[in-house]
Design a protein around this ligand. Structure first.
Ligand SMILES: *Cc1c(COP(=O)(O)O)cnc(C)c1O
Length: 356
């Protein structure tokens, strides 16, 4: 049931269209390949740290600056804590970035096919924006961003395509737009793209955003972070402190820190995901799917003879969830999250049934 707008609502929110997250099914037995979560459990060390933090200290507010966590993130990237911002998921970090850094006279630019939260934030904060079409191969062409702008926002790899931009292109973009903030959303970078984090000391206009939701298997903990020079981080902090002093609770701060310290678990699970992605891409290609080259934990695929909406429905009937976007240019594509190898194999078996 949708509740209609009421006169009690603030005028500015009456026309808003909120982001619609992928389905979280109730009940057992689903293979969830629709929201890019990790199919593997989080680091056991993160779970132990969360349990250890769940004690009587919960009566106290958490550290509003999340300093210990920011230091852990900073040392991982060779930066200072003043160059790190943490938030309640990278969605929150991106929302604060729209408010703090991307709301100018000129429009913020982002691709026409990208994370569908970006236009939602832009509308929420009243930020002017322009969508720049991906090229016919669904890649970002940095030269297409040569137009007046009040900031540039790119996911790398892009979602839902999985296509990555080489670091040289990001460097060129930063050089070509020295007076614009360039935000690189690296939600999927650990699955095979090159991070722009190393460019932070060189470019005062660069903000890199990452999350623990995908490659660290902690979507339920809600931790994301941004890396940038102190002036950009300070803008995010001012907005955060004008909104919520404590976006990260004690459990999230403790769990995130322990997760970031568990290099072996991170490396093992991400390599498993990459291996299954390559296996699944080959299996789907052998069945006639066109499959974009993915550097993420998902594949973006289309079949010339089987429309995506019908395929999604047929898989749903077999209790396998994948994501379909009713949007121009991509409404015949499916975005399929890489599950465990066994889940990928069950998906392929289901597809064989459907195509038969
Ligand atoms: C998943 C995702 C995020 C946000 O993840 P959080 O869970 O809020 O950290 C951000 N950007 C893109 C492109 C994503 O796919």
């Amino acid at each position: 049931m949708t509740v209609p707008a009421s006169p009690f609502w603030s005028p500015a929110i009456r026309g808003l269209h909120a982001y619609v997250p992928g389905e979280q099914p109730q009940g057992e037995g689903w293979i969830k390949l629709n929201t890019n979560e990790s199919p593997y459990p989080p680091s056991p060390r993160a779970l132990a740290a969360i349990r250890a933090a769940a004690d009587e200290r919960l009566r106290l507010y958490p550290d509003p600056q999340s300093l210990a966590l920011r230091q852990t993130v900073a040392s991982r990237f060779g930066l200072e804590a003043a160059q790190v911002f943490v938030g309640n998921g990278s969605d929150e970090v991106l929302a604060l970035a729209f408010m703090a850094l991307l709301r100018h006279q000129r429009p913020v630019l982002f691709p026409d096919i990208t994370y569908s939260f970006y236009p939602v934030y832009a509308n929420l904060y009243g930020a002017a924006f322009e969508q720049v079409p991906l090229d016919p191969q669904f890649a970002v062409r940095v030269a297409d961003y040569e137009r007046p702008n009040g900031g540039i926002l790119l996911p790398n790899p892009n979602a839902p395509t999985g296509v990555a931009l080489p670091l040289a292109d990001i460097r060129a973009l930063l050089r070509a737009h020295p007076t614009s903030v360039v935000v690189i959303d690296e939600a999927y970078v650990d699955f095979g793209a090159e991070s722009a984090a190393a460019l932070v000391p060189e470019f005062p206009n660069l903000l890199v955003v990452q999350t623990l939701s995908k490659s660290r298997a902690l979507a339920g903990l809600r931790v994301g972070f941004a890396l940038g020079q102190a002036a950009l981080i300070e803008a995010l902090t001012v907005v955060k402190d004008s909104f919520n002093s404590y976006p990260l609770d004690r459990l999230a701060q403790a769990g995130a820190q322990a997760a970031l310290a568990d290099e072996a678990h991170f490396e093992h699970t991400r390599q498993q995901t990459i291996a299954s992605r390559e296996w699944l891409a080959a299996a789907l290609a052998a069945r006639g799917f066109a499959c974009l080259p993915s550097c993420a934990n998902f594949l973006f695929v289309a079949h010339p003879d089987h429309p995506a909406a019908g395929l999604m429905q047929a898989l749903r009937e077999r209790r396998i969830l994948v994501r379909h976007f009713r949007q121009p240019r991509i409404d015949n594509h499916l975005r399929i999250t890489i599950g465990t190898q066994a889940e990928c194999e069950r998906l392929v078996a289901a597809i064989d049934e459907v195509l038969a």
